[in-house]
Design a protein around this ligand. Structure first.
Ligand SMILES: [Zn+2]
Length: 428
């Protein structure tokens, strides 16, 4: 024996993974605690800038909602870390893999075994997450009056989601697994191409085929509002296939609006909850903000970044999947005489977010910069006062806190926190 176990690459990876997981947990708990303490401390005073617009009762409701979600978040974080350790270093994935491999691979071959492994992993993972999701929907959201979901609808959604997930997920998984096996040492380049193509197809199919399975979409009937919105889009030089109202109120009282689709198939979708809360001028301002994201090329930039990051990811996976220490270091014995590709995909998907967590503030900052730019665009194309009023209304109705911890907001917030940006100018 001339090398101690401490010197093996597998052991180094185990150590790095455990260290990153611990460090990310420490940062997450520290930030969550800061946020909750800050919000609790400011619970009894509406910030002076908003005092004329926001009642103390609304402010306290937002604080209580933030605290309730914060407590739930801490439980979810702890559970997530335990489950991740269970899958990896504690041998959960290894056990599942051995059982499925021995049962499926000899009779039905590599592809069937690997799809079974991915499917079983998804089902077990979903089942583990389910209790907290139920608690979040039927306890926390319910308590604050946001939940509109019935048990019946929840079960129907779940069944449809599993079905759609299997119909879409299994073919793309099979294609990627086949490329990993058949496309030689540059398989990751081919797999990346397939993955990108798949994402583009989804972008087109989602609004027309998938979203209608879950919600009703009706053309915007309000003619005055429709004319106003059309005029705005013409002013901004923006073509969309239609304006739709979605029955978001079926599931939740939270309000939203979004663009979806690609190229000429783009459509604008308003949640009915948004139209119920905002004046026509405010709706126009919100839409102008969304248009700002297109006009400032945020959407194209985001897409390019997604393409580049996934290329880097596939290249990294291509390199890692050929090293035995990648599996052993994460608690899995690589197969001998059976394909390891599904294992590589799962281990990669499990561990990458742990290391990726530390770049969260970078992406959050970039996103806030884009939000500022979209707000600036909207204040030119529509009314700045309407925009500020709409943002404040959405904050109030969604019970978003007006007093976040500055460090927490810096780390996570994808949108400018209250007290900065356009929201601030909502003050009289
Ligand atoms: Zn935005």
């Amino acid at each position: 024996m001339d090398s101690s176990p401490a010197a093996t690459p597998a052991f180094t990876l185990s150590l790095a993974f455990a260290g990153a997981l611990l460090a990310s947990l420490a940062v997450k708990f520290w930030l969550a605690t800061r946020q909750m303490r800050h919000v609790a401390l400011h619970r009894d005073h509406v910030p002076a800038v908003f005092a004329a617009r926001i009642t103390l009762a609304a402010h306290q409701r937002a604080a209580d909602y933030t605290l309730a979600k914060g407590r739930l978040g801490i439980v979810a974080t702890a559970l997530g870390a335990a489950v991740l350790l269970g899958w990896t270093l504690l041998g959960g994935l290894d056990g599942l893999n051995v059982a499925l491999r021995d049962a499926v691979q000899p009779r039905w071959g590599d592809m069937a075994y690997q799809l079974a492994l991915l499917g079983a992993f998804a089902i077990i993972g979903g089942a583990i997450d389910l209790p907290l999701e139920l608690y979040s929907t039927f306890r926390v959201e319910q308590r604050f009056g946001f939940n509109r979901m019935t048990w019946r609808l929840y079960v129907a959604d779940l069944a449809k989601g599993v079905l759609v997930g299997a119909l879409i997920g299994l073919p793309i998984a099979a294609l990627v697994l086949w490329l990993m096996h058949a496309a030689g040492s540059l398989w990751w380049l081919w797999a990346w191409g397939a993955w990108m193509g798949f994402n583009l197809i989804l972008l087109v199919l989602y609004p027309t085929l998938i979203a209608p399975l879950f919600n009703k979409f009706e053309p915007l009937a309000d003619e005055a509002l429709s004319a106003r919105v059309q005029a705005l889009m013409q002013r901004c030089g923006f073509a969309a296939k239609g304006l739709f109202v979605m029955d978001g109120s079926r599931r939740s009282a939270h309000a939203n609006a979004y663009f979806t689709g690609l190229g000429a198939a783009k459509r604008v979708v308003f949640f009915d909850t948004l139209l119920a809360k905002l004046s026509p001028g405010e709706v126009e301002a919100v839409l102008a903000h969304e248009l700002g994201h297109f006009k400032r090329r945020h959407v194209a930039k985001r897409m390019a970044a997604m393409f580049a990051l996934s290329l880097a990811g596939f290249a990294l996976l291509g390199w890692l999947s050929g090293r035995p220490w990648f599996y052993a270091g994460l608690g899995v014995q690589p197969n001998v005489g059976a394909a390891n590709d599904a294992l590589a995909l799962l281990l990669f998907a499990l561990t990458l977010p742990v290391f990726g967590y530390f770049v969260t503030p970078l992406f959050a900052q970039l996103s806030r910069k884009h939000e500022f730019e979209a707000d600036a665009y909207a204040s030119v194309q529509a009314s700045g006062a309407d925009l500020a009023a709409a943002l404040l209304k959405l904050h109030e109705d969604n019970a978003a806190t007006l007093t976040p911890d500055p460090v927490y907001a810096r780390f996570y917030y994808s949108h400018p926190p209250a007290g900065s940006g356009w929201l601030r100018s909502a003050a009289p």
